[in-house]
Design a protein. Structure first.
Length: 121
């Protein structure tokens, strides 16, 4: 799960940065505000790569996904990109857990066969 989720989060890091460049052109928003919000979101996406297997990591990832969708009120294209990355996040979590379960089952089976010895074959 960690690899799939981290890949999604790194993609979001770049999308957030590009959205910040677009948001700078929006009237009524200061460059300081744009880059403070984008910087925090970008930092969160990178930090989440290392925290994804810890308690609350996946839930914090969902918060980031909601933030991406909500950012569409500033940069309208982010509504679409937010939904796309939310779908990617769901797939990363869902299929990542399935891969982890399959790996654990394979490891358990492999260790059981190894402990049985060569006579079991």
């Amino acid at each position: 799960m960690r690899t799939l989720c981290a890949s999604t989060l790194i993609g979001e890091f770049f999308v957030i940065g590009f959205a910040g460049l677009v948001a700078m052109k929006t009237d009524g928003l200061s460059m300081t505000l744009v880059w403070t919000v984008c910087g925090i979101a970008m930092l969160l996406s990178v930090l989440l790569c290392g925290m994804i297997t810890r308690p609350g990591g996946v839930q914090l990832g969902w918060v980031l996904q909601i933030g991406l969708i909500v950012s569409g009120f500033v940069v309208p294209m982010m509504f679409i990109l937010g939904v796309v990355f939310t779908a990617l996040w769901w797939a990363s979590v869902h299929y990542g857990r399935k891969v982890d379960e399959a790996k654990a089952a394979w490891a358990a089976q492999h260790s059981a066969e190894a402990s049985a010895g060569p006579d079991a074959a």
